[in-house]
Design a protein around this ligand. Structure first.
Ligand code: ZN
Ligand code: ZN
Length: 571
Protein backbone atom coordinates (compact mmCIF):
# COMPACT_ATOMS: atom_id res chain seq x y z
CA UNK A 1 0.00 0.00 0.00
CA UNK A 2 2.74 2.35 1.01
CA UNK A 3 4.69 1.68 -2.17
CA UNK A 4 1.62 2.16 -4.31
CA UNK A 5 0.85 5.51 -2.76
CA UNK A 6 4.40 6.72 -3.24
CA UNK A 7 4.26 5.70 -6.86
CA UNK A 8 0.95 7.48 -7.20
CA UNK A 9 2.28 10.73 -5.76
CA UNK A 10 5.32 10.46 -8.05
CA UNK A 11 2.97 10.20 -11.02
CA UNK A 12 1.00 13.18 -9.82
CA UNK A 13 4.21 15.14 -9.61
CA UNK A 14 5.14 14.21 -13.16
CA UNK A 15 1.72 15.22 -14.41
CA UNK A 16 1.91 18.74 -13.05
CA UNK A 17 5.50 19.17 -14.23
CA UNK A 18 4.77 18.03 -17.78
CA UNK A 19 3.78 20.22 -20.70
CA UNK A 20 0.57 22.20 -20.68
CA UNK A 21 -1.02 24.02 -23.69
CA UNK A 22 0.78 27.32 -23.09
CA UNK A 23 4.22 25.87 -22.46
CA UNK A 24 5.65 25.90 -25.98
CA UNK A 25 4.82 29.54 -26.45
CA UNK A 26 6.05 30.43 -22.99
CA UNK A 27 9.34 28.60 -23.56
CA UNK A 28 10.08 30.67 -26.64
CA UNK A 29 8.97 33.84 -24.84
CA UNK A 30 11.46 33.10 -22.03
CA UNK A 31 14.33 32.89 -24.51
CA UNK A 32 13.38 36.20 -26.10
CA UNK A 33 13.09 37.79 -22.64
CA UNK A 34 16.57 36.65 -21.65
CA UNK A 35 18.14 37.79 -24.89
CA UNK A 36 16.52 41.22 -24.64
CA UNK A 37 17.68 41.50 -21.05
CA UNK A 38 21.29 40.66 -21.93
CA UNK A 39 21.30 43.24 -24.71
CA UNK A 40 20.09 45.88 -22.27
CA UNK A 41 22.40 44.73 -19.52
CA UNK A 42 25.53 43.25 -21.12
CA UNK A 43 27.33 43.44 -17.78
CA UNK A 44 24.92 40.90 -16.34
CA UNK A 45 25.38 38.77 -19.46
CA UNK A 46 29.16 38.65 -19.01
CA UNK A 47 28.76 37.90 -15.30
CA UNK A 48 26.58 34.91 -16.22
CA UNK A 49 28.94 33.57 -18.86
CA UNK A 50 27.02 34.78 -21.93
CA UNK A 51 29.36 36.47 -24.39
CA UNK A 52 26.94 37.51 -27.13
CA UNK A 53 27.18 41.21 -26.25
CA UNK A 54 30.84 41.56 -25.28
CA UNK A 55 31.22 44.58 -27.54
CA UNK A 56 28.70 46.63 -25.56
CA UNK A 57 29.31 48.73 -22.48
CA UNK A 58 26.23 50.56 -21.30
CA UNK A 59 26.84 54.17 -20.31
CA UNK A 60 24.83 54.52 -17.07
CA UNK A 61 22.96 57.69 -18.02
CA UNK A 62 19.30 58.74 -17.73
CA UNK A 63 18.58 57.36 -21.18
CA UNK A 64 19.73 53.85 -20.27
CA UNK A 65 17.69 53.94 -17.07
CA UNK A 66 14.62 54.97 -19.07
CA UNK A 67 15.25 52.02 -21.39
CA UNK A 68 15.33 49.68 -18.42
CA UNK A 69 11.96 50.96 -17.22
CA UNK A 70 10.55 50.66 -20.70
CA UNK A 71 11.75 47.06 -20.78
CA UNK A 72 9.93 46.45 -17.47
CA UNK A 73 6.68 47.85 -18.87
CA UNK A 74 6.89 45.93 -22.14
CA UNK A 75 7.68 42.59 -20.53
CA UNK A 76 4.96 43.01 -17.92
CA UNK A 77 2.46 43.42 -20.69
CA UNK A 78 3.71 40.33 -22.46
CA UNK A 79 3.63 38.29 -19.26
CA UNK A 80 0.00 39.22 -18.77
CA UNK A 81 -0.85 37.37 -21.98
CA UNK A 82 0.00 34.04 -20.35
CA UNK A 83 -2.70 32.38 -18.30
CA UNK A 84 -0.98 30.59 -15.38
CA UNK A 85 -3.55 27.78 -15.66
CA UNK A 86 -2.18 26.96 -19.11
CA UNK A 87 1.36 26.54 -17.80
CA UNK A 88 3.14 23.63 -16.13
CA UNK A 89 4.15 24.13 -12.49
CA UNK A 90 7.77 24.73 -13.50
CA UNK A 91 6.79 27.40 -16.02
CA UNK A 92 4.40 28.99 -13.53
CA UNK A 93 7.39 29.38 -11.21
CA UNK A 94 9.50 30.81 -14.05
CA UNK A 95 6.72 33.28 -14.77
CA UNK A 96 6.81 34.45 -11.14
CA UNK A 97 10.61 34.68 -11.19
CA UNK A 98 10.51 36.92 -14.26
CA UNK A 99 7.87 39.16 -12.70
CA UNK A 100 10.03 39.38 -9.60
CA UNK A 101 13.10 40.28 -11.64
CA UNK A 102 11.14 43.11 -13.30
CA UNK A 103 10.03 44.38 -9.90
CA UNK A 104 13.66 44.32 -8.71
CA UNK A 105 14.81 46.36 -11.71
CA UNK A 106 12.08 48.94 -11.13
CA UNK A 107 12.84 49.13 -7.40
CA UNK A 108 16.53 49.55 -8.04
CA UNK A 109 16.10 52.37 -10.58
CA UNK A 110 13.28 54.25 -8.88
CA UNK A 111 13.61 53.67 -5.16
CA UNK A 112 16.91 52.16 -4.02
CA UNK A 113 18.80 54.44 -6.41
CA UNK A 114 22.18 53.03 -5.45
CA UNK A 115 23.44 54.49 -8.73
CA UNK A 116 23.40 57.81 -6.87
CA UNK A 117 25.24 56.73 -3.72
CA UNK A 118 27.30 53.59 -4.34
CA UNK A 119 30.47 54.49 -6.28
CA UNK A 120 31.56 50.81 -6.22
CA UNK A 121 28.77 50.12 -8.71
CA UNK A 122 30.98 51.70 -11.33
CA UNK A 123 33.89 49.58 -12.42
CA UNK A 124 34.51 49.09 -16.12
CA UNK A 125 37.80 47.26 -15.55
CA UNK A 126 36.72 43.96 -14.01
CA UNK A 127 34.60 42.85 -16.94
CA UNK A 128 37.37 43.50 -19.44
CA UNK A 129 39.54 41.16 -17.38
CA UNK A 130 36.80 38.56 -17.31
CA UNK A 131 36.27 38.69 -21.08
CA UNK A 132 40.04 38.68 -21.65
CA UNK A 133 40.43 35.28 -19.99
CA UNK A 134 38.32 33.84 -22.83
CA UNK A 135 39.84 35.75 -25.76
CA UNK A 136 42.69 34.60 -27.98
CA UNK A 137 44.75 37.38 -29.62
CA UNK A 138 44.41 35.67 -33.00
CA UNK A 139 40.61 35.81 -32.82
CA UNK A 140 40.16 39.09 -34.69
CA UNK A 141 36.39 39.17 -34.21
CA UNK A 142 36.68 39.08 -30.40
CA UNK A 143 39.64 41.49 -30.42
CA UNK A 144 37.55 43.95 -32.40
CA UNK A 145 34.65 43.52 -29.99
CA UNK A 146 36.91 44.50 -27.10
CA UNK A 147 38.21 47.49 -29.07
CA UNK A 148 34.62 48.58 -29.68
CA UNK A 149 33.69 48.18 -26.01
CA UNK A 150 36.78 50.15 -25.00
CA UNK A 151 35.63 53.37 -26.67
CA UNK A 152 32.76 53.79 -24.16
CA UNK A 153 34.98 53.76 -21.06
CA UNK A 154 35.70 57.52 -20.77
CA UNK A 155 32.03 58.43 -21.12
CA UNK A 156 31.08 55.66 -18.70
CA UNK A 157 33.19 57.21 -15.94
CA UNK A 158 32.16 60.76 -16.80
CA UNK A 159 28.52 59.79 -16.33
CA UNK A 160 29.34 57.91 -13.13
CA UNK A 161 30.73 61.13 -11.68
CA UNK A 162 27.57 63.01 -12.64
CA UNK A 163 25.33 60.34 -11.12
CA UNK A 164 26.97 60.26 -7.72
CA UNK A 165 25.38 62.69 -5.32
CA UNK A 166 26.06 61.91 -1.66
CA UNK A 167 28.04 58.66 -1.36
CA UNK A 168 28.50 56.37 1.62
CA UNK A 169 31.94 56.37 3.22
CA UNK A 170 32.10 52.57 3.12
CA UNK A 171 31.33 52.19 -0.59
CA UNK A 172 33.61 55.12 -1.38
CA UNK A 173 36.64 53.36 0.07
CA UNK A 174 35.68 50.10 -1.64
CA UNK A 175 35.34 51.86 -5.01
CA UNK A 176 38.72 53.56 -4.68
CA UNK A 177 40.49 50.31 -3.80
CA UNK A 178 38.76 48.24 -6.47
CA UNK A 179 39.12 50.66 -9.38
CA UNK A 180 42.71 51.43 -8.48
CA UNK A 181 43.63 47.75 -8.36
CA UNK A 182 41.78 46.79 -11.53
CA UNK A 183 43.13 49.64 -13.68
CA UNK A 184 46.04 47.45 -14.83
CA UNK A 185 43.78 45.84 -17.41
CA UNK A 186 44.02 49.09 -19.46
CA UNK A 187 47.74 49.68 -18.89
CA UNK A 188 48.99 46.09 -19.24
CA UNK A 189 46.64 43.25 -20.22
CA UNK A 190 44.57 44.85 -22.97
CA UNK A 191 47.54 46.62 -24.68
CA UNK A 192 49.32 43.27 -24.68
CA UNK A 193 46.36 41.64 -26.41
CA UNK A 194 46.30 44.31 -29.13
CA UNK A 195 50.08 44.03 -29.65
CA UNK A 196 49.78 40.24 -30.08
CA UNK A 197 46.81 40.53 -32.40
CA UNK A 198 46.81 40.31 -36.20
CA UNK A 199 45.38 43.82 -36.61
CA UNK A 200 47.07 46.36 -38.88
CA UNK A 201 49.59 48.78 -37.38
CA UNK A 202 47.10 51.61 -37.76
CA UNK A 203 44.37 49.77 -35.91
CA UNK A 204 46.79 48.69 -33.20
CA UNK A 205 47.90 52.29 -32.63
CA UNK A 206 44.31 53.48 -32.49
CA UNK A 207 43.43 50.81 -29.93
CA UNK A 208 46.50 51.52 -27.80
CA UNK A 209 45.47 55.18 -27.67
CA UNK A 210 42.00 54.10 -26.55
CA UNK A 211 43.62 52.03 -23.78
CA UNK A 212 45.45 55.14 -22.60
CA UNK A 213 42.24 57.15 -22.60
CA UNK A 214 40.47 54.42 -20.62
CA UNK A 215 43.26 54.27 -18.03
CA UNK A 216 43.12 58.05 -17.72
CA UNK A 217 39.37 57.90 -17.13
CA UNK A 218 39.82 55.40 -14.28
CA UNK A 219 42.57 57.52 -12.72
CA UNK A 220 40.36 60.60 -12.93
CA UNK A 221 37.49 58.69 -11.35
CA UNK A 222 39.66 57.54 -8.44
CA UNK A 223 40.88 61.16 -7.98
CA UNK A 224 37.29 62.39 -8.02
CA UNK A 225 36.39 59.83 -5.34
CA UNK A 226 39.38 60.74 -3.21
CA UNK A 227 38.11 64.30 -3.29
CA UNK A 228 34.93 63.09 -1.59
CA UNK A 229 36.75 61.61 1.38
CA UNK A 230 35.88 64.55 3.62
CA UNK A 231 32.17 64.09 3.14
CA UNK A 232 29.39 64.91 3.64
CA UNK A 233 28.32 61.27 3.56
CA UNK A 234 25.08 59.42 3.23
CA UNK A 235 24.55 56.65 5.80
CA UNK A 236 25.12 53.11 4.54
CA UNK A 237 22.06 52.08 6.58
CA UNK A 238 19.07 51.44 4.35
CA UNK A 239 16.35 52.35 6.86
CA UNK A 240 13.17 50.44 7.66
CA UNK A 241 11.10 51.01 4.50
CA UNK A 242 13.71 50.41 1.83
CA UNK A 243 15.08 47.47 3.75
CA UNK A 244 11.68 45.80 4.07
CA UNK A 245 11.06 46.20 0.34
CA UNK A 246 14.47 44.94 -0.67
CA UNK A 247 14.03 41.98 1.66
CA UNK A 248 10.68 41.04 0.11
CA UNK A 249 11.98 41.29 -3.45
CA UNK A 250 15.31 39.55 -2.93
CA UNK A 251 14.67 36.97 -0.23
CA UNK A 252 11.16 36.01 -1.31
CA UNK A 253 10.05 34.41 1.91
CA UNK A 254 6.84 33.63 3.76
CA UNK A 255 8.35 35.88 6.47
CA UNK A 256 8.73 39.65 6.40
CA UNK A 257 12.07 41.06 7.58
CA UNK A 258 10.44 42.04 10.86
CA UNK A 259 9.03 38.56 11.42
CA UNK A 260 12.26 36.74 10.65
CA UNK A 261 14.15 39.08 13.00
CA UNK A 262 11.80 38.14 15.86
CA UNK A 263 12.08 34.46 15.02
CA UNK A 264 15.89 34.65 14.88
CA UNK A 265 16.02 36.25 18.33
CA UNK A 266 13.89 33.45 19.80
CA UNK A 267 15.93 30.83 17.96
CA UNK A 268 19.14 32.28 19.40
CA UNK A 269 17.79 31.91 22.93
CA UNK A 270 16.66 28.37 22.32
CA UNK A 271 20.09 27.47 20.90
CA UNK A 272 21.73 28.90 24.01
CA UNK A 273 19.51 26.78 26.25
CA UNK A 274 20.33 23.60 24.33
CA UNK A 275 24.02 24.48 24.28
CA UNK A 276 24.08 25.02 28.03
CA UNK A 277 22.62 21.57 28.63
CA UNK A 278 25.27 20.03 26.38
CA UNK A 279 28.02 22.04 28.07
CA UNK A 280 26.86 20.71 31.46
CA UNK A 281 26.89 17.18 30.10
CA UNK A 282 30.38 17.53 28.59
CA UNK A 283 31.93 19.51 31.42
CA UNK A 284 33.25 16.61 33.56
CA UNK A 285 34.75 14.89 30.51
CA UNK A 286 36.72 17.91 29.29
CA UNK A 287 37.09 20.32 32.20
CA UNK A 288 37.78 17.75 34.92
CA UNK A 289 37.85 19.49 38.31
CA UNK A 290 37.49 23.06 37.11
CA UNK A 291 34.43 24.70 38.62
CA UNK A 292 31.76 25.49 36.02
CA UNK A 293 31.14 29.27 35.78
CA UNK A 294 27.68 30.50 36.71
CA UNK A 295 27.62 32.69 33.59
CA UNK A 296 25.98 30.29 31.13
CA UNK A 297 27.51 31.81 28.00
CA UNK A 298 30.97 31.67 29.56
CA UNK A 299 30.52 28.01 30.48
CA UNK A 300 29.48 27.18 26.91
CA UNK A 301 32.44 29.08 25.51
CA UNK A 302 34.91 27.18 27.69
CA UNK A 303 33.72 23.83 26.37
CA UNK A 304 33.70 25.11 22.78
CA UNK A 305 37.28 26.34 23.20
CA UNK A 306 38.49 22.93 24.35
CA UNK A 307 36.64 21.09 21.56
CA UNK A 308 38.12 23.50 19.00
CA UNK A 309 41.61 22.24 19.81
CA UNK A 310 40.67 19.00 18.05
CA UNK A 311 41.78 19.89 14.53
CA UNK A 312 43.99 18.64 11.70
CA UNK A 313 47.53 19.81 10.98
CA UNK A 314 47.81 22.66 8.42
CA UNK A 315 49.35 20.36 5.79
CA UNK A 316 46.49 17.87 6.21
CA UNK A 317 43.68 20.38 5.70
CA UNK A 318 43.03 19.56 2.05
CA UNK A 319 43.33 15.80 2.36
CA UNK A 320 40.99 15.81 5.36
CA UNK A 321 38.31 17.46 3.24
CA UNK A 322 38.93 15.09 0.32
CA UNK A 323 38.50 12.09 2.60
CA UNK A 324 35.18 13.29 3.96
CA UNK A 325 33.35 13.62 0.63
CA UNK A 326 33.01 9.84 -0.03
CA UNK A 327 32.04 9.34 3.63
CA UNK A 328 29.19 11.82 3.26
CA UNK A 329 28.09 10.22 0.01
CA UNK A 330 27.98 6.79 1.62
CA UNK A 331 25.96 8.04 4.59
CA UNK A 332 23.41 9.78 2.38
CA UNK A 333 23.00 6.63 0.29
CA UNK A 334 22.80 4.21 3.22
CA UNK A 335 20.28 6.30 5.13
CA UNK A 336 18.26 6.93 1.96
CA UNK A 337 18.23 10.68 2.43
CA UNK A 338 18.40 11.71 -1.20
CA UNK A 339 19.46 10.26 -4.54
CA UNK A 340 22.53 11.93 -6.00
CA UNK A 341 23.29 11.34 -9.66
CA UNK A 342 26.93 10.23 -9.72
CA UNK A 343 27.49 10.50 -13.47
CA UNK A 344 28.96 13.97 -12.99
CA UNK A 345 30.99 13.67 -9.83
CA UNK A 346 32.26 16.58 -7.80
CA UNK A 347 35.92 17.33 -8.57
CA UNK A 348 37.88 18.30 -5.47
CA UNK A 349 40.76 20.60 -6.35
CA UNK A 350 43.22 22.99 -4.77
CA UNK A 351 41.71 26.44 -5.11
CA UNK A 352 42.93 28.26 -8.23
CA UNK A 353 45.39 31.12 -7.84
CA UNK A 354 42.84 33.91 -8.35
CA UNK A 355 40.92 32.73 -5.30
CA UNK A 356 44.01 32.29 -3.15
CA UNK A 357 44.15 33.80 0.29
CA UNK A 358 40.48 33.25 1.07
CA UNK A 359 41.04 29.64 2.16
CA UNK A 360 38.01 27.73 3.32
CA UNK A 361 36.09 25.91 0.66
CA UNK A 362 33.64 26.81 -2.06
CA UNK A 363 31.76 25.28 -4.95
CA UNK A 364 32.23 26.60 -8.47
CA UNK A 365 29.68 25.44 -10.94
CA UNK A 366 30.01 25.84 -14.70
CA UNK A 367 26.84 27.90 -15.14
CA UNK A 368 24.04 27.40 -17.67
CA UNK A 369 26.09 28.52 -20.69
CA UNK A 370 28.82 25.95 -20.07
CA UNK A 371 26.99 22.70 -19.37
CA UNK A 372 30.01 20.56 -20.26
CA UNK A 373 32.12 22.18 -17.54
CA UNK A 374 33.02 20.45 -14.28
CA UNK A 375 31.69 21.33 -10.86
CA UNK A 376 34.65 21.97 -8.59
CA UNK A 377 35.04 21.90 -4.85
CA UNK A 378 37.77 24.49 -4.31
CA UNK A 379 39.74 23.81 -1.16
CA UNK A 380 42.08 26.44 0.19
CA UNK A 381 45.64 25.64 1.14
CA UNK A 382 47.22 26.98 4.32
CA UNK A 383 50.74 26.80 2.94
CA UNK A 384 52.66 30.01 3.55
CA UNK A 385 50.45 31.02 6.49
CA UNK A 386 52.23 31.90 9.72
CA UNK A 387 51.69 29.50 12.59
CA UNK A 388 49.40 31.74 14.64
CA UNK A 389 47.06 32.52 11.74
CA UNK A 390 46.88 28.87 10.69
CA UNK A 391 46.19 27.76 14.29
CA UNK A 392 43.35 30.25 14.70
CA UNK A 393 41.87 29.20 11.36
CA UNK A 394 42.11 25.50 12.15
CA UNK A 395 40.43 25.99 15.53
CA UNK A 396 37.56 27.62 13.68
CA UNK A 397 37.44 24.76 11.13
CA UNK A 398 38.11 22.03 13.67
CA UNK A 399 37.29 18.34 13.27
CA UNK A 400 33.63 19.04 14.06
CA UNK A 401 32.88 22.16 12.06
CA UNK A 402 34.95 21.03 9.08
CA UNK A 403 32.42 18.24 8.59
CA UNK A 404 29.54 20.69 8.78
CA UNK A 405 31.29 22.86 6.20
CA UNK A 406 31.50 19.86 3.86
CA UNK A 407 27.84 19.06 4.38
CA UNK A 408 26.96 22.69 3.57
CA UNK A 409 29.18 23.15 0.53
CA UNK A 410 29.15 19.68 -0.95
CA UNK A 411 26.97 16.76 0.14
CA UNK A 412 24.06 16.97 0.48
CA UNK A 413 24.28 20.81 0.46
CA UNK A 414 25.15 23.10 -2.46
CA UNK A 415 26.58 20.46 -4.76
CA UNK A 416 23.58 18.12 -4.49
CA UNK A 417 21.16 21.02 -4.95
CA UNK A 418 23.04 22.07 -8.06
CA UNK A 419 22.78 18.60 -9.59
CA UNK A 420 19.00 18.74 -9.20
CA UNK A 421 18.81 22.34 -10.34
CA UNK A 422 20.61 21.46 -13.58
CA UNK A 423 18.11 18.68 -14.18
CA UNK A 424 15.19 21.10 -14.04
CA UNK A 425 16.72 22.62 -17.21
CA UNK A 426 15.29 26.06 -16.71
CA UNK A 427 17.56 28.85 -17.86
CA UNK A 428 15.38 31.28 -15.89
CA UNK A 429 15.93 29.42 -12.63
CA UNK A 430 19.65 28.93 -13.26
CA UNK A 431 20.13 32.62 -14.01
CA UNK A 432 17.64 34.32 -11.71
CA UNK A 433 17.26 31.61 -9.07
CA UNK A 434 16.48 32.43 -5.47
CA UNK A 435 19.49 32.89 -3.17
CA UNK A 436 17.55 32.21 0.03
CA UNK A 437 16.41 28.84 -1.30
CA UNK A 438 19.97 27.93 -2.29
CA UNK A 439 21.57 28.99 1.01
CA UNK A 440 18.57 27.79 3.02
CA UNK A 441 18.91 24.31 1.55
CA UNK A 442 22.61 24.12 2.46
CA UNK A 443 21.88 25.29 6.03
CA UNK A 444 18.93 22.89 6.30
CA UNK A 445 21.06 19.88 5.29
CA UNK A 446 23.46 20.54 8.20
CA UNK A 447 20.59 19.97 10.65
CA UNK A 448 19.10 17.13 8.64
CA UNK A 449 22.34 15.13 8.58
CA UNK A 450 22.72 15.38 12.36
CA UNK A 451 19.06 14.53 12.92
CA UNK A 452 19.70 11.36 10.98
CA UNK A 453 22.68 10.48 13.12
CA UNK A 454 25.68 11.67 11.13
CA UNK A 455 28.44 11.59 13.79
CA UNK A 456 25.81 13.02 16.12
CA UNK A 457 27.71 13.00 19.42
CA UNK A 458 26.97 15.64 22.08
CA UNK A 459 30.23 17.32 21.03
CA UNK A 460 29.08 17.48 17.40
CA UNK A 461 25.66 18.87 18.38
CA UNK A 462 27.27 21.58 20.50
CA UNK A 463 29.55 22.63 17.64
CA UNK A 464 26.66 22.44 15.19
CA UNK A 465 24.64 24.82 17.35
CA UNK A 466 27.56 27.24 17.37
CA UNK A 467 27.65 27.01 13.58
CA UNK A 468 23.89 27.54 13.35
CA UNK A 469 24.20 30.61 15.58
CA UNK A 470 26.28 32.18 12.84
CA UNK A 471 23.50 32.19 10.23
CA UNK A 472 20.93 33.07 12.90
CA UNK A 473 22.97 36.08 14.03
CA UNK A 474 23.69 37.10 10.41
CA UNK A 475 19.97 37.84 10.18
CA UNK A 476 19.78 39.57 13.56
CA UNK A 477 22.67 41.92 12.88
CA UNK A 478 21.69 42.71 9.29
CA UNK A 479 18.23 43.84 10.36
CA UNK A 480 19.70 45.52 13.45
CA UNK A 481 22.30 47.45 11.49
CA UNK A 482 20.07 48.60 8.64
CA UNK A 483 16.83 49.31 10.48
CA UNK A 484 17.71 49.77 14.16
CA UNK A 485 20.85 51.84 13.98
CA UNK A 486 23.03 49.26 15.74
CA UNK A 487 26.59 50.40 16.40
CA UNK A 488 29.74 48.49 15.49
CA UNK A 489 30.37 47.80 19.16
CA UNK A 490 26.87 46.43 19.67
CA UNK A 491 27.31 44.08 16.71
CA UNK A 492 30.75 42.84 17.71
CA UNK A 493 29.58 42.31 21.30
CA UNK A 494 26.69 40.19 20.10
CA UNK A 495 28.80 38.10 17.73
CA UNK A 496 31.69 37.48 20.12
CA UNK A 497 29.66 37.01 23.31
CA UNK A 498 26.49 35.33 22.13
CA UNK A 499 27.65 33.63 18.91
CA UNK A 500 31.10 32.73 20.28
CA UNK A 501 33.00 34.21 17.32
CA UNK A 502 36.56 35.49 17.22
CA UNK A 503 36.92 39.29 17.11
CA UNK A 504 38.44 39.19 13.60
CA UNK A 505 35.48 37.25 12.24
CA UNK A 506 33.01 39.62 13.92
CA UNK A 507 34.80 42.66 12.50
CA UNK A 508 34.69 41.12 9.03
CA UNK A 509 30.96 40.54 9.38
CA UNK A 510 30.36 44.16 10.43
CA UNK A 511 32.23 45.33 7.34
CA UNK A 512 30.26 43.00 5.08
CA UNK A 513 26.96 44.25 6.51
CA UNK A 514 27.92 47.88 5.84
CA UNK A 515 28.52 47.07 2.16
CA UNK A 516 25.58 44.76 1.45
CA UNK A 517 21.95 44.73 2.49
CA UNK A 518 19.56 41.81 3.02
CA UNK A 519 21.88 39.11 1.59
CA UNK A 520 23.07 38.12 5.09
CA UNK A 521 19.45 37.17 5.89
CA UNK A 522 19.25 34.57 3.12
CA UNK A 523 20.77 31.72 5.16
CA UNK A 524 18.51 31.74 8.18
CA UNK A 525 15.37 32.84 6.34
CA UNK A 526 15.66 30.11 3.70
CA UNK A 527 16.42 27.59 6.44
CA UNK A 528 13.32 28.60 8.43
CA UNK A 529 11.09 28.43 5.37
CA UNK A 530 12.33 24.91 4.54
CA UNK A 531 11.99 23.62 8.11
CA UNK A 532 8.41 24.94 8.21
CA UNK A 533 7.59 23.48 4.82
CA UNK A 534 8.89 20.08 5.89
CA UNK A 535 6.65 20.15 8.95
CA UNK A 536 3.61 21.14 6.87
CA UNK A 537 4.37 18.48 4.26
CA UNK A 538 4.79 15.84 6.97
CA UNK A 539 1.38 16.80 8.31
CA UNK A 540 -0.19 16.65 4.87
CA UNK A 541 1.31 13.23 4.05
CA UNK A 542 0.73 11.67 7.48
CA UNK A 543 2.27 8.19 7.73
CA UNK A 544 3.03 8.30 4.01
CA UNK A 545 5.67 10.96 4.67
CA UNK A 546 9.06 9.90 3.38
CA UNK A 547 12.12 12.12 3.90
CA UNK A 548 13.91 11.08 0.70
CA UNK A 549 10.80 11.76 -1.35
CA UNK A 550 10.38 15.14 0.35
CA UNK A 551 13.96 16.14 -0.49
CA UNK A 552 13.77 14.98 -4.08
CA UNK A 553 10.48 16.64 -4.77
CA UNK A 554 11.60 19.84 -3.07
CA UNK A 555 14.72 20.02 -5.23
CA UNK A 556 12.91 19.04 -8.44
CA UNK A 557 11.55 22.59 -8.82
CA UNK A 558 15.05 24.01 -9.28
CA UNK A 559 16.33 27.13 -7.47
CA UNK A 560 12.84 28.56 -6.95
CA UNK A 561 11.70 30.70 -4.00
CA UNK A 562 10.55 28.43 -1.15
CA UNK A 563 7.03 29.98 -0.94
CA UNK A 564 6.39 28.95 -4.58
CA UNK A 565 7.69 25.43 -3.92
CA UNK A 566 5.50 25.39 -0.84
CA UNK A 567 2.39 26.17 -2.86
CA UNK A 568 3.29 23.50 -5.41
CA UNK A 569 3.94 20.84 -2.76
CA UNK A 570 1.01 21.53 -0.48
CA UNK A 571 -1.74 22.24 -2.97
ZN1 ZN B 1 45.97 23.55 17.71
ZN1 ZN C 1 26.41 28.49 1.23
Amino acid sequence: MRKYLLLFSALLLVSCLKDRPGDTEFDSYKNSFIDAYWKLNPEAAVANGNHAYDSLLVVPNAESRAKMLEFVENQREKLQDFDPDDLSTLNKIDCELLKNLLAQIEFSVKELKSWQWNPAEYNACGQFSEILTKVDAKNTKKVNELAYRLQFVPEYYAVARENLKQVTKEHLELAIAQNDAAKAVFTTDLPQLFKNSTLSKNQKDKNLKACEAAAKAVTAYVKFLEGKRNGPFRSFRLGTDLYAKKFDLEINSTFSSKEIYERALKHKDSLHARMYNLAKELWPKYMKNEVMPTDKLLAIRKVIDVLSLDHVKPEEFQSAIEKQIPELERFVREKQLIYIDSTKPLVVRKEPAYMAGVAGASISSPGPYDIEGNTYYNVGSLSGWDAARAESYLREYNNYTLQILNIHEAIPGHYAQLVYSNQSKSLVKSLFGNGAMIEGWAVYTELMMLENGYKATPEMWLMYYKWNLRSTCNTIIDVGIHTKNWSEKQVIDLLTREAFQQTAEAEGKWKRATLSQVQLCSYYTGFSDIVDLRAAYRKKMGDKFNLKQFHEQFLSYGSAPVPLIRTAMLE
